[in-house]
Design a protein around this ligand. Structure first.
Ligand code: SF4
Length: 734
């Protein structure tokens, strides 16, 4: 092994290239963390096309988390009330295989579920699909991408004929106007934001429009900040389109030649006159005009969005309406233009390519399509009809399946649903009801481990070799460069071992992850996400590659290539499809009893439920505790000052937070970061408040908004609070 290993940051979907080096290098002092423990050196990879050497605090500090609180051996218990006992892999996997076999014969294949994660590598995802969908005959595989990107997936499929973000990060540096909606890019995708903001500073005519009810770090440098009321995004998007139509700022040639469905959309737009839209959105009329004018008059418009759009009961409608604006103005398939979803997790894109949601199959295929099923069955050497035509259970349906007994085996890998799912008390009760839960993770303790019968130690980033795809379709090899703690194994190895124990030796005979990837890459041939030219060797020697990259192409596409440059889409007739959606608003708006809307989000340093970042000193110091942002006016009305404690209650549960009083949030709205579970703070779970109502098309829950009431309370630890808490048992993790 050379001293420097090139790899990819394992946190967010930006997918920054990293270079890692051993703690001890000749002639240099050993690299150590704050506690004096030797740790790997990490820096940005200047040669990586996506990040060009940049890296944020999460990527820069990743090495500190690698040896802390690792799960090192398999653990087993018969009931959740017992302590775990250490067992051999043999015993643990025999138990898993026998529980799956029993559930399969007594309750049918659909009683078995796996819930995975955008943290998994493509080889892990692919192995899981083969096991569940091909061998066991159930499509019950879903990933935490369901909570993150499934509205974007549904929107791309319905409007453009296929999943796959059409844009590239290079577009950030050629656009005339960036329209960022429902994404705090500066904190959650910081390197993407850096790339755009340098361009914005260099070119004075370039516009930045930010749509967000909070004046986030992203909104601060905006030329126009539209602080719309929560749930009025569709109203705004249709209002902008209304003005473009009225002013004739459209590309009629593109609409006529490359799209269909425009007249139904144009009809809907009549209902969105600017005065109505501005009033409902709570923004000045002049700002609405300005946004529409900038969009309509810019040659190159790039829209960027994330959870604020996707996590909504109107998620797919919003995505499709954003795409409508690009179709209407012909700003798609050209440099600096297009609809660009910002993926949350490092390999949620790879997961989608590998078929890692309940309704899809490898190579952007659909379970409901008989030709797609037949192609995958042939490749997997399973009998025709093995793959079910029915979409499997989505993440929330797995929880309700535990409630009603239809789920008998739940296998969770690399994610922490006991913190991240909506309506968390109900989720935790459902997990407690599980007849048998396998939990495969790199760390212990985690909140979800409390609900497991079997714990399987997983090798994580740097301890296994696999591939990840970032938001701009760039595929990067992440090689194994360090030892595996204890008996940890790669996720795909664990799943393949269970597959063999269940009798599928031929399907799981791979010797290494390069063979897994080769099988997967071959299955993408001829598909929109064709990466049949790729292999571990090719990525190791040639570096990251952006798909499509078909095997028969004479040269690989150069980096920065958009999709749909010929304006021919992946629909049967090649035309993109306009969607005509009316604005509906929130599933649970504020009312007299619950007069505030709560929104949740992420902070710059932390990642999801803190399984890694909670174990990194620098990040814990950066974000020491959870909090709630309240507008000045609301705080005054409630008699709340900075640092006071607020009890926040919704129809489902409650939590307590220290108040941060600010003018950077819309009155009537409060904000809580989603990172703190029961392991990291008492009574501060944002998802104790959220609800599971979901977009009917993407089945993505509306985690971004629910109605709450606020009450000023004594700080925890005060005499009054101590008396109160003595009457209720404190939440104890274990
Ligand atoms: Fe990692 Fe995302 Fe930060 Fe890049 S922006 S270093 S991918 S967390």
């Amino acid at each position: 092994m050379t001293e420097t290993t090139k790899t990819l940051c394992p946190y967010c979907g930006v997918g920054c290239g990293l270079e890692v080096q051993p703690p001890a290098l000749p002639g240099r002092p050993t690299n150590r963390d704050a506690q004096g423990v030797p740790i790997w050196r990490v820096r940005g990879d200047r040669a990586h096309p996506s990040s060009k050497g940049m890296v944020c605090v999460k990527g820069a500090t990743i090495a500190e988390s690698l040896d802390r609180d690792r799960l090192k051996t398999p653990m087993l218990r018969d009931s959740l009330d017992e302590p775990f006992r250490q067992v051999s892999w043999e015993e643990a996997l025999d138990r898993v295989a026998s529980k799956i076999q029993t559930a399969r014969t007594t309750h049918g294949p659909d009683s078995i579920c796996m819930y995975g994660s955008g943290q998994l590598q493509t080889e892990d995802y692919y192995t899981a699909q083969k096991l569940l969908k091909g061998c066991l005959g159930t499509n019950n595989f879903d990933a935490n991408s369901r909570l993150c990107m499934s509205s974007a997936v549904a929107g791309y499929i319905q409007s453009l004929g296929s999943d796959g973000p059409p844009c590239c990060y290079d577009d950030l540096e050629t656009t005339d106007c960036a329209f960022i909606i429902g994404a705090n890019v500066a904190e959650c995708h910081p390197i993407i934001f850096n790339r755009f903001i340098k361009h914005h500073k260099r070119k004075r005519k370039v516009k930045l429009i930010v749509v967000d009810p909070r004046k986030t770090a992203t909104a601060q440098p905006a030329d126009l900040h539209l602080a719309i009321k929560p749930g009025t995004d569709m109203m705004l998007l249709n209002g902008i389109a209304h003005l473009l139509l009225k002013w004739g700022l459209m590309n009629t040639y593109f609409i006529d030649e490359c799209t269909k469905g425009f007249s139904a959309y144009a009809q809907i737009l009549q209902k969105y006159p600017p005065e109505r839209v501005a009033r409902r959105c709570g923004i000045p009329l002049a700002d609405l005009y300005k946004a529409a004018k900038w969009w309509g008059r810019s040659k190159r418009v790039l829209s960027l969005w994330s959870m604020g759009v996707n996590q909504s009961v109107e998620g797919t409608a919003k995505v499709r309406t954003i795409i409508n604006l690009h179709l209407m103005t012909g700003t798609i398939g050209k440099p600096g233009c297009g609809p660009f979803s910002l993926t949350g997790q490092p390999n949620a894109m790879g997961g989608r390519e590998a078929g890692g949601l309940a309704h899809i199959l490898p190579g952007y295929r659909l379970v409901k399509n008989p030709e797609h099923r037949a192609a995958v069955e042939a490749a997997w050497q399973v009998s025709p009809g093995s793959i079910s035509p029915q979409p499997g259970k989505d993440a929330w349906s797995m929880m309700t399946g535990l409630e009603d007994g239809s789920v008998q085996v739940l296998w969770i890998a690399a994610t922490n649903p006991a913190v991240s799912m909506p309506d968390i008390k109900r989720t935790q009760a459902a997990l407690r009801n599980s007849p048998f839960t396998v939990y495969q993770d790199a760390y212990y303790p985690t909140e979800t481990a409390d609900y497991a019968h079997v714990l399987l130690p997983a090798a994580q980033w740097g301890e296994k070799t696999g591939v990840m795809t970032n938001s701009e379709r760039v595929v990067t090899l992440c090689p194994e460069f360090r030892y595996r703690p204890g008996e940890a194994r790669a996720d795909w190895e664990i799943m393949a071992d269970v597959g063999r124990r269940l009798g599928f030796e031929a399907q799981f005979s791979w010797q290494n992850s390069a063979e897994v990837y080769a099988e997967f890459a071959a299955l993408t041939a001829g598909r929109p996400c064709d990466m049949s030219a790729l292999s571990h060797d090719r990525l190791q020697t040639g570096g990251p590659v952006q798909w499509p990259c078909p095997k028969d192409a004479t040269t690989l596409a150069k980096h920065g290539q958009q999709l749909y440059t010929d304006a021919s889409f992946n629909t049967p007739d090649g035309r993109a499809v306009f969607a005509a959606f009316d604005a509906k608003g929130l599933a649970e708006p504020a009312d007299a009893e619950y007069p505030f809307v709560l929104t949740v989000g992420r902070l710059y340093g932390h990642w999801h439920t803190q399984t890694r970042t909670g174990r990194i000193d620098k990040i814990r110091k950066m974000h020491p505790e959870p909090f709630i942002e309240v507008h000045l006016r609301d705080a005054e009305r409630l008699g709340v000052k900075e640092g006071d404690w607020l009890a926040v209650r919704s129809r489902r549960g409650q939590a307590k937070f220290k108040a941060q009083v600010t003018s950077k949030i819309t009155p009537g709205l409060v904000f809580v970061p989603m990172h703190w579970g029961a392991l990291w703070a008492e009574d501060a779970e944002a998802n104790a408040l959220t609800h599971p109502e979901a977009c009917p098309i993407s089945i993505q829950p509306e985690l971004k908004a629910c109605a709450v009431q606020l009450e000023k309370v004594e700080p925890p630890g005060s005499i009054t609070a101590a008396v109160e808490s003595a009457q209720e048992p404190a939440m104890a993790l274990r």
